[in-house]
Design a protein around this ligand. Structure first.
Ligand SMILES: *Cc1c(COP(=O)(O)O)cnc(C)c1O
Length: 700
């Protein structure tokens, strides 16, 4: 009943929610550590077909009842000032002086397991001024200063940066990243010492600290700092503990998402941390250049410091003992391209853990009737004992007509539930017997919502030109937020809504072709969207989507994937077989070839494919009224279509036609759906956590 706790931007934050759920469900002591943002990701409204952002005040009026404030466990985080060194008993001691102290106060949210009496916790830190000012008794000057200090402190946990896959090199963001790392590590060490006679000895044998993407990469130098400056260890001892404690997952290869902080900024904000980073890098380069003296260029490509920036991924790899990607293809790209230099130096560090999602939320809770139906066939063990592989037994019932009909009926009910939501929220009636073809995820060029909507525009043209054609009714449903500053993605949202407005108000299209944009995609909406889908659109440019997790949520609810050979789509294909999935488009190899050696000319596709020509012209000729879509038109033709939308258009349209004809055979369609559910067990986050436990954390 409560509002969604908006803990992140999209897939990455949601993945951690699934991982915490699975960690507790499997009875492991794994806890989350993050920021208690006062304002989470903005709420999205659509006004005049455009995205408008409204602040998300998820904590107002005590709307979020599960957190527990633990003021007595607060710790001080220090920013700025300078480092002074003194000699104490023949040892050099580093002290940070004239710093700005901020109080970090933890709020704990219990994460309960599943039938197992485990309760872990998600600890979120809130920033507060160190001293409480008595604002009434201050004189004028002190009063203003006190107010200013209070708001400066609180700014750190005020708002989540809303960019899903773009690096924000702002000072406040750097403060945020250090804030929850420093506070979290301090508590971990304090607790460890309490349980181990006040000593950090053996720390690495009992603790794993997992860096989830590079946002907490400062855990490497900060743990070094705590072990050396506060616990009195020497460099080598501290380094051994640090690297044996830390593990790292990379979540994206998009160059614009890789974090690089200006050295000057980091030096000023975190002088001691920066000193340690410099020393980590110096030692790393000395060692590798000694070991591989003829590979200086390669060794330098692994340097943490390059061209005035601190490269956070390089810091994370050097400071950890395990590095993994999140799907087989993504991990391969990390080894062969993104981190190739490191892979050559230390191949044993690299591994893969394919992402997963929790069936407990995305099936049991979101689609309870499906769960009951499956229980009736294969018993309850698959869900009560968290043995999702047992779903494979469903394949035996592929020819059981009653079961097929019952599954169809559940799907129809879920479609009607979504249709009702659409009618209630946008006063639009859609045909529940049309194919529900759904693409819901953050809006990004690489995810190619544009390919989808251009194809819808083509279908509309085709139906207008040839109204008597046989046409299987389709409803295309979109949802997703754009980063507020990502103008291109906002234009894509405007295009989808503009096309929807035109098509939905054309009486010829009634019950045949409809387009819906659902505002404010979040987990609550996701729970009614995924179960209603028949086609899952996973159409990113090959090589760009690290894994995807939406693809898995659709699959376990019986949708059939229409996808490129990208991320975990490839593993979905391996599990369901090509009879039960629609693939199209160029491969990551072809994308690599085009981007490195040229040879792609988007204009050729415009010239040679009449469908493309017509649709692109309509972007700017007033067909869709209002402002022309010049930015999109130019990107596709003038700037040579970096994401290969036109290159893949024909093959995508071909796959869509195959889907239409397959849908006519309702029995065969239902069998495909069952095959998808039956093979979705491996995409449980329980399996991902089992892999982390065995291959990354190596815990019992
Ligand atoms: C699963 C999920 C995502 C991630 O979807 P992808 O298709 O993997 O990009 C984003 N937002 C929400 C609310 C989700 O539930």
């Amino acid at each position: 009943m409560e509002k969604d706790p908006v803990l992140g931007n999209g897939g990455l934050g949601r993945l951690m929610a699934c991982f915490l759920d699975s960690t507790a469900a499997m009875g492991f002591p794994g806890h989350g550590n993050g920021i208690r943002y006062k304002y989470g990701l903005f709420e999205q409204k659509i006004v005049n077909n455009e995205q408008v952002e409204v602040a998300d005040n998820w904590l107002k009026n005590g709307d979020y009842p599960f957190e527990i404030r633990n003021k007595e466990k607060g710790v001080v985080v220090k920013y700025g000032g300078e480092v002074v060194t003194t000699e104490v008993e023949g040892k050099t001691v580093f002290l940070q002086k004239n710093y700005e102290p901020i109080l970090a106060v933890p709020y704990d949210i219990p994460v309960q397991g599943f039938h197992n009496n485990t309760v872990n916790s998600l600890r979120l830190w809130s920033a507060e001024p160190v001293e409480e000012f008595d604002l009434e008794t201050f004189n004028q000057g002190q009063f203003l200063k006190a107010v200013q200090r209070k708001s400066d402190a609180e700014a750190i946990s005020q708002i989540l940066y809303p960019s899903d896959a773009g690096f924000e090199g702002r000072l406040l963001r750097l403060k945020q990243e250090y804030f929850f790392v420093a506070a979290g590590l301090k508590r971990i060490i304090r607790r460890y010492k309490k349980q181990h006679d006040g000593s950090v000895e053996g720390f690495q044998d009992h603790i794993i600290i997992h860096i989830n993407d590079t946002h907490p990469a400062m855990a490497v130098p900060e743990l070094m700092r705590l072990l050396m400056d506060e616990e009195g260890l020497g460099w080598d001892e501290a380094w051994k503990i640090t690297t044996e404690t830390i593990t790292f997952t990379n979540h994206t290869v998009l160059p614009e998402a890789l974090e690089k902080w200006p050295i000057d900024m980091m030096k000023k904000l975190l002088p001691r941390v920066y000193q340690i980073i410099e020393e980590i890098n110096r030692r790393f380069l000395v060692e590798t250049n000694q070991k591989y003296p003829n590979d200086e260029a390669r060794n330098y490509s692994c340097s943490i410091l390059q061209d005035g920036d601190v490269h956070m991924a390089n810091l994370s790899i050097i400071g950890s003992h395990s590095v993994n990607g999140v799907a087989a293809l993504h991990s391969k790209i990390l080894r062969e391209e993104t981190f190739r230099g490191f892979y050559e130096l230390m191949p044993e560090k690299f591994t893969n853990v394919t992402n997963g999602v929790t069936q407990r939320r995305f099936m049991f809770s979101a689609n309870p009737k499906l769960r009951t139906l499956i229980n009736d066939k294969i018993g309850t063990e698959w869900n009560e004992a968290c043995e999702m592989e047992k779903l494979e037994q469903l394949v035996q019932f592929k020819d059981d007509e009653d079961f097929l009909d019952a599954m169809s009926a559940v799907k129809l009910e879920n479609k009607e539930r979504l249709a009702k939501y659409i009618e209630k929220t946008q006063d639009l009636k859609i045909n529940p017997n049309s194919i529900f073809d759904i693409q819901v995820k953050r809006i990004h060029e690489y995810k190619r919502q544009l390919l989808n909507i251009l194809h819808v525009m083509h279908l509309y043209n085709s139906l207008k030109e040839n109204p008597d054609q046989e046409f299987v009714p389709k409803t295309f449903i979109f949802a997703g937020k754009s980063a507020p500053s990502y103008l291109y993605a906002k234009e894509v949202i405007r295009l989808i809504n503009t096309v929807a407005e035109k098509i939905n108000s054309d009486p010829d299209m009634k019950d045949r072709l409809n387009v819906v944009f659902l505002p404010n995609f979040n987990v609550s909406l996701a729970e009614i969207v995924y179960p209603a889908a028949e086609i899952s659109e996973q159409i990113s440019t090959a090589g760009k989507e690290a894994s995807g997790t939406g693809n898995m949520k659709f699959m376990m609810n019986g949708a059939v994937t229409l996808g490129t050979l990208d991320g975990a789509n490839i593993e979905i294909l391996e599990n369901v077989g090509d009879d039960n999935m629609y693939t199209f488009g160029i491969t990551d190899k072809q994308v690599y070839e085009y981007t490195h050696n040229g040879g792609y000319r988007s204009f050729d596709y415009y010239e040679q494919d009449e469908r493309i020509r017509k649709v692109l012209n309509q972007l700017i000729d007033g067909t869709y009224g209002g402002q022309p879509f010049t930015m999109i038109y130019d990107s596709l033709l003038l700037h040579n279509d970096s994401y290969f939308v036109l290159r893949d258009f024909a093959d995508y349209a071909r796959a869509q036609e195959e889907i239409s004809s397959a849908y006519k055979d309702r029995k065969k369609w239902q069998q495909m759906s069952i095959e998808n559910i039956a093979h979705s067990g491996v995409f449980s986050s329980d399996r991902s956590i089992e892999d982390y436990k065995n291959n990354v954390w190596k815990i019992k």
